[in-house]
Design a protein around this ligand. Structure first.
Ligand code: D5M
Ligand code: FE
Ligand code: ZN
Length: 554
């Protein structure tokens, strides 16, 4: 391979997935043996390097001159992989794990912007060709330890639905929500039922646990929050100058909170209020200690595949599936899909114009074909989303028999939305995420936004409910019990739906919103939604560290 010109060097480097400084290229071109120099530089470039610099080349050339440059140490990644394809590779190396992602922080591992970070190469290729050429299933390097695996599902509505849609069912689901969430709060406050509070003498202290039934600002700028329990309602006043007054901005209708305070002097007259001194959410304890797996094993957390849409990114998907067959992905033994497997039909107005496959069953057949590309030894779990062919109201049951048959590839497991899946001891709460739209619409930007979807997830963790507010975008199916309450704290919370990538830790719980495999639709363009498409967050189940890999070329 003659490598006499800089152009050749650039093309050789890009074909291996590397980007290089102009100076580095000039140095390589001027080397006595450019070919060997390039080999050595590529071999020795540090995992976390985003670009080959002149310093990398100089180091190698100096060794060549010293006469020991012909035996490059093989410490780098194999040529089938490309470390710079990973999101979040920080410029410096401090705390960088072997995957090139800073995992030393608080878990909000430096993904710092899902767009600019990965700086497309000159040729637009962000994923090295090495990755697309990897071995296919029959030559797979994978050799999993099946005995070490475990995957159990809890909180699955599938087959358990009792709701008839009657008014009584709504009463029971809200009653159940209130009972279970108030239990979480009662250990922290000495609450009385609102009916008992009503007959207390004025001026005394008390606490109330209730569901937020109304939030109003008063003429003087204070907040009046009405709390409802099973015995009635009671108005609670949050003064604007209290340090927690801002917390009112975080409140959603129908969530359950506790307040402590002092009753107004006129309480005996029957129209008293509670002056709030403290406000509590069910929340996750700050000291929560998540469980981890006993061995090094990983899960790919993805969602919103949207097969059937003209915007489905088939190439990115295939690169992802191919990568799963490589040595680097050997430990990725689980694939967890958080809904919107297909684009569906009739989900949004004018959706037909953007459909590639118009028949919903054909969409699932096609999805199933794509699923076949991933290694057959992987454990797969899928829950439905709002584009899937199951009832829209939450909790959504898992796919029916007909669809299960179509998607039976690799014996994928199917569960409802939401579900908690315990993978080798790690509790992962999977929820598609429709309520995130609502949380983002209702709360201030710094608490929840499309750019930081994980922060909206923090709010759900704090409220210990995946869809607190009823009646807006989130449809609730009335059931005997509320499947959407988080009775126990998950170790990992995995959602999708908003098509944005974001993750971080809230009180040690890892919240991950996993992006999508659908490029921007016309609708999304019209409302300025810029999706993060073609990324796969890879979770280390033994440490709960995350690495995000990009398979799209944008
Ligand atoms: O939704 C992907 C994201 O885009 C989610 O935040 C809702 C929003 N979205 C997409 N299409 C529409 C329409 N037509 N109306 C309102 N909101 C929309 P997904 O459900 O995965 O398509
Ligand atoms: Fe979606
Ligand atoms: Zn969705």
């Amino acid at each position: 391979m003659p490598l006499e010109t800089p152009a050749r060097i650039v093309s050789e480097l890009t074909s291996r997935g590397w980007n290089a400084d102009r100076e580095a290229v000039t140095l390589l071109a001027g080397a006595d043996d450019p070919n060997a120099a390039l080999e050595a530089v590529v071999e020795r470039a540090p995992d976390e390097a985003l670009k080959l610099s002149s310093a990398h080349v100089e180091e190698v050339l100096a060794e060549f001159e010293a006469g020991n440059g012909n035996a490059p140490v093989s410490s780098g990644p194999d040529t089938g992989t490309n470390p710079k394809n990973e999101l979040g590779s920080p410029d410096e190396t401090k705390g960088v794990d072997s995957n090139g992602v800073d995992s030393s922080g608080d878990g909000a591992v430096a993904v710092a912007g899902n767009d600019g970070e990965t700086s497309p190469d000159a040729d637009g290729s962000e994923f090295g060709d090495g990755v697309t050429d990897v071995s296919r299933p029959d030559e797979s390097v994978r050799d999993p330890d099946f005995d070490a695996r475990s995957l159990e599902i809890e909180g699955d509505i599938t087959g358990e639905s009792t709701g008839t849609g009657e008014y009584d069912d709504f009463v029971s689901v809200f009653k159940d929500r209130f009972e279970r969430l108030s239990k979480q709060l009662r250990s922290r406050v000495n609450a009385r039922p609102t009916s008992a509070v009503q007959s207390m003498p004025g001026g005394g202290d008390t606490a109330i646990v209730g569901m937020v039934s109304d939030i109003r600002s008063t003429a003087s700028g204070h907040w009046l929050v009405e709390l409802e329990d099973t015995s009635g309602t009671y108005p609670c006043l949050i003064m604007k100058d209290r340090e927690f007054a801002d917390t009112v901005n975080e409140l959603l209708h129908d969530e359950v909170i506790a307040v402590e305070g002092t009753l107004s002097d006129d309480n005996d007259d029957g129209d008293g209020i509670l002056f709030v001194d403290d406000l509590y959410f069910p929340d996750v304890p700050r000291t929560y200690k998540p469980s981890t797996a006993d061995r090094h094993v990983q899960a790919a957390l993805i969602s919103d595949v949207h097969v059937g849409s003209q915007e489905f990114m088939a190439d990115a998907w295939s690169r992802f599936a191919d990568w799963l067959h490589t040595e680097e992905a050997e430990r990725v033994e689980y694939l967890l899909v958080a809904g919107d497997m297909v684009e569906g039909v009739g989900v949004y107005p004018d959706q037909d114009d953007e459909l590639d496959i118009i028949d919903i069953y054909e969409q699932y057949e096609q999805f199933s074909e794509y699923l076949k590309e991933v290694p057959g030894d992987m454990e797969i779990l899928m829950i439905p989303g709002n584009h899937d062919a199951v009832r829209l109201a939450e909790p959504q049951p898992g796919f029916d028999e007909e669809l299960r048959d179509i998607m039976s590839v690799h014996d994928a497991r199917i569960s409802g939305n939401p579900s908690t899946v315990t993978v080798e001891g790690v509790d992962i709460l999977m929820y598609h995420g429709v309520s995130l739209d609502e949380v983002i619409a209702e709360l201030p930007d710094d608490k929840a936004s499309y750019d930081d979807p994980h922060k909206a997830m923090y709010q759900l963790l704090k409220k210990r409910h995946v869809a607190p507010q009823f009646g807006g975008k989130t449809r609730l199916a009335p059931e005997e019990k509320d499947y959407l309450v988080m009775d126990t704290v998950p170790d990992v919370f995995h959602t999708g739906h908003v098509h944005k990538l974001g993750w971080g830790k809230y009180h040690n719980v890892l919240a991950v919103n996993s992006g999508c495999w659908q490029a921007q639709t016309d609708f999304q363009k019209s409302v300025n939604i810029d999706p993060d498409a073609g990324y796969a967050p890879i979770l280390d189940l033994d440490t709960l560290d995350m690495t995000v890999r990009q398979f799209s070329r944008d």
